[in-house]
Structures are given as C-alpha cells and as structure tokens.
Design a protein around this ligand. Structure first.
Ligand code: GLN
Length: 238
C-alpha cells in the first residue's frame, strides 16, 4: 500500500510550518508500514492530479494569493475541481483553504476569482483573528492555532469541518473550516495534524479507502499526541 501525496504550491504557500502536516501523515503511515510519496507541483506547472491520493495546500497571505492567482486559474483550478469531484482527498490550510473557494474580496477592495472547488467565498478584513482555538468535529475536538484576517462564508449546502468551541473560526459565527466529499479545509495551523491524531487518521483512512477499498488503520499508542492535545484542550476549556 502506498499513499501518494501532491504538495501544491510548496514554493508560495508555506506559512506557519504547515508542512508539519505532511511530516505527520508520513510518520503515521511509516509507523504502520505503509509507504508514502510526496510530489511537489509549483507555480507555472500544469497540474495533473490523476495519480494523487491526497493533495495538500499550505497557507499564505493575500500577497501570495495574488502571486499565484493567474496560475491557479490557468493551470490548476479545473484539475482541482475534477479531483475533488472524483473523491481525491484534499487538505488545505488557511490561505490555501481560501483558495478552494469561489473568490476572495481582498482587503484593498479588489476581487480574485479562485478555484471554485468549494461553494464558499472569503472577505479580507482589517483585523486579525489570532490565537489558540478549538472546534468539535465528527472525529472529536480539534485544537489548533488561527491567524487570519480573512473571513470565510460557506454556501448553504456546504458543511463546516466543525463547530467552534473557543476562537473565531471561519467568520466569528460558530463554524470552522469546510468538509465536502474528501476535501478538508481549515484555518488551523500549529501544525494542525500532529496534536490531532484522530483527524489525521481520518484523512489518511479516507484517502487509502478510495484507492484500496474500505481500509482500517491499526491503532497507534499516541501517548505524546494525546498529551499535547489534552494540554491545549484543558487550557482552552478554562
Ligand atoms: N490570507 C489569509 C489572511 O491573511 C489567510 C492567512 C492564513 O493562511 N492563515 O487572512
């Protein structure tokens, strides 16, 4: 068994150590004896996701979104929509999550059309929402760090990834991230996955199950991961 990851825009979307998510996925696969390959696709390359099990996009500011916007529409958006529709897993963080939406209204008032994978849009704001935060999902409580000025609004039929328990999330109205088919979007940095092993395993399980049929993952001890998770959850619950 092998999980094939495509890391999209590692050259541009690389804020806040989001690459820790790929390290975490690789490690949890390695512990279970499952192979993993990572291919990078950057600016100017025509994307082909037909071989991918999981596409990862890290975060970036409005500046980075402006930098890659033309390339996204020309070389990646159509392939991203097809891949998501076909059930390929996508994990997108922060500005990378915003890229999956229909458009962003930048804080200078201009508007960028985006990939249109998810029925949502983002509005850039003047104030930042920064801090540790927590949301509840189908895979338990997730703790992470948010740092964004954009607020994201989901279309009526698009589900969020979780309900905010502490923090701002998509737009201050109680929802965090998005989940559609095997697409996972979140504002969670930290990196997101290392201290949220249940979420990491759900993303791995969904990606492997699509290629190999319903796949169960062997449990891992996760002692350090659970300690890191509960330390932050307890701090936020106070
Ligand atoms: N571009 C967004 C913002 O600055 C997202 C930043 C981020 O990736 N957290 O609001």
């Amino acid at each position: 068994m092998e999980l094939k990851i495509i890391h999209l825009y590692p050259d541009v979307m690389n804020l806040y150590g989001d690459i820790g998510n790929i390290i975490c996925i690789k490690k949890r696969l390695q512990w279970r004896g499952i192979d993993c390959s990572v291919k990078e696709i950057g600016l100017g390359e025509k994307a082909d996701f037909s071989e991918a099990d999981l596409i990862f996009i890290g975060s970036g500011r409005e500046e980075e979104q402006k930098t890659l916007h033309a390339d996204l529409l020309e070389n990646k958006a159509g392939a991203l929509r097809c891949a998501a529709e076909a059930g390929t897993s996508i994990l997108a963080i922060g500005g990378g999550f915003e890229l999956l939406g229909k458009y962003i209204e930048l804080s200078d008032g201009s508007r960028l059309e985006l990939a249109g994978v998810l029925d949502m849009h983002t509005v850039g704001g003047k104030s930042r929402h920064t801090g540790n935060y927590m949301f509840s999902t189908a895979f338990g409580k997730v703790v992470a760090f948010e740092n964004h000025s954009g607020s994201t609004y989901l279309g009526e039929d698009l589900e969020s990834l979780g309900k905010i328990e502490k923090g701002y999330g998509n737009n201050g109205e109680g929802e965090e991230g998005a989940r559609w088919k095997n697409v996972f979007g979140s504002y969670g940095h930290g990196s997101l996955l290392p201290k949220n092993p249940a979420l990491c395993d759900e993303i791995i399980r969904a990606a492997l199950s699509r290629r190999y049929g319903e796949t169960e993952l062997a449990p891992l001890p996760d002692e350090a991961e659970k300690r890191a998770h509960s330390y932050m959850a307890e701090r936020l619950e106070k």
